[in-house]
Design a protein around this ligand. Structure first.
Ligand SMILES: NC(=O)c1ccc[n+]([C@@H]2O[C@H](COP(=O)([O-])OP(=O)(O)OC[C@H]3O[C@@H](n4cnc5c(N)ncnc54)[C@H](OP(=O)(O)O)[C@@H]3O)[C@@H](O)[C@H]2O)c1
Length: 263
């Protein structure tokens, strides 16, 4: 008969304190790569998403690799706003403490260049923005009262300019970036670090079928860049880095030229 006992928790010692992280949107792509990277750095993780099979397989893989309990799955739809404060408390009691909170959940529902679709826009705003607010408000309040914690939001270079291709995705990421900046300006005085992540094109399901992509990076590279920025307590990070300089130029392209660029 297989041994059904849960793996033991990672031990806490002065040299190996147990750091803990919550990752919303962990089942695939950048989120799954981040989970593997953070577990490799010794974090104990609460991993949240809707797809049970993917999430369970990821937790099993992480726990087997570590030889101890490092990752626990929590089935969750970020549109389930009402249940978020309760779920946060459950996770807090399971992990014992929370050092790092990452909001990565995101969708992109592109519409044709001549089409407009409010249902798709609504879903994009609900997952990319409203779900983020529903989670980050109680997390910010908790970290503020504890004077401890790090918050990471996965935004996008897409939020830096309004392109013709995917208006509501651009708008959701622009709003998320602004919200994260406001949180940072509120929380820095309490010792809380807020990191805004702006990936360019990353090879994931979200990018499937997208045209005109370039400088495409792997999820592992994105995860490494993000974890380095977390360690250095940066305020923002572009991945890959060259997007920071590209955006300096792109942000200054006059509108009458920018609107002719189909991307
Ligand atoms: N790929 C890129 O080129 C790129 C570029 C810039 C920014 N980003 C951002 O990076 C983040 C991760 O995306 P990805 O590229 O890694 O795509 P992905 O593989 O599709 O990952 C999206 C994640 O969000 C979760 N998610 C979506 N809707 C959810 C919901 N209602 N409730 C809970 N979780 C939900 C998904 O889990 P379930 O489906 O299992 O719920 C999945 O774990 C997104 O915020 C995206 O906007 C991606």
């Amino acid at each position: 008969m297989p041994d059904a006992r849960p793996l033991p928790l990672a031990p806490i010692t002065p040299l190996h304190p147990r750091r803990t992280a919550v990752l919303v949107g962990a089942s695939s792509g950048i989120g799954a790569a981040l989970a593997r990277q953070l577990a490799g750095e010794g974090y104990c993780l609460a991993l949240l998403a809707r797809r049970e099979e993917l999430l369970t397989a990821l937790c099993n893989e992480i726990n087997q690799t570590a030889g101890e309990l490092r990752a626990r799955p929590y089935l969750h739809d970020v549109l389930d706003y009402e249940n978020i404060p309760g779920l946060l408390q459950t996770i807090l009691s399971d992990l014992g403490s929370i050092d790092l909170f990452i909001y990565n959940a995101g969708v992109s529902h592109a519409v044709g260049l001549k089409k407009f679709d409010f249902r798709k826009d609504l879903l994009t705003m609900e997952v990319n923005l409203l779900g983020a607010l529903a989670w980050l408000n109680p997390v910010a309040a908790m970290f503020q009262s504890l004077k401890h914690g790090q918050i990471v939001g996965i935004s996008s270079v897409a939020g830096d300019r309004g392109r013709v291709g995917n208006p509501s995705y651009n708008a959701s990421k622009a709003a998320l970036s602004s919200y994260l900046e406001s949180l940072r300006n509120r929380l820095t005085k309490y010792g809380i670090n807020v990191l805004t992540v702006k990936p360019g094109f990353v090879e994931t399901d979200l990018l499937a079928g997208a045209k005109g992509t370039f400088w495409v990076i792997s999820t592992d590279q994105a995860a490494r860049d993000i974890c380095k920025a977390i360690r250095k307590r940066k305020q923002d990070v572009y991945t890959p880095r060259r997007w920071r300089w590209a955006l300096l130029i792109i942000r200054n392209i006059p509108s009458f030229i920018f609107r002719k660029l189909v991307f």
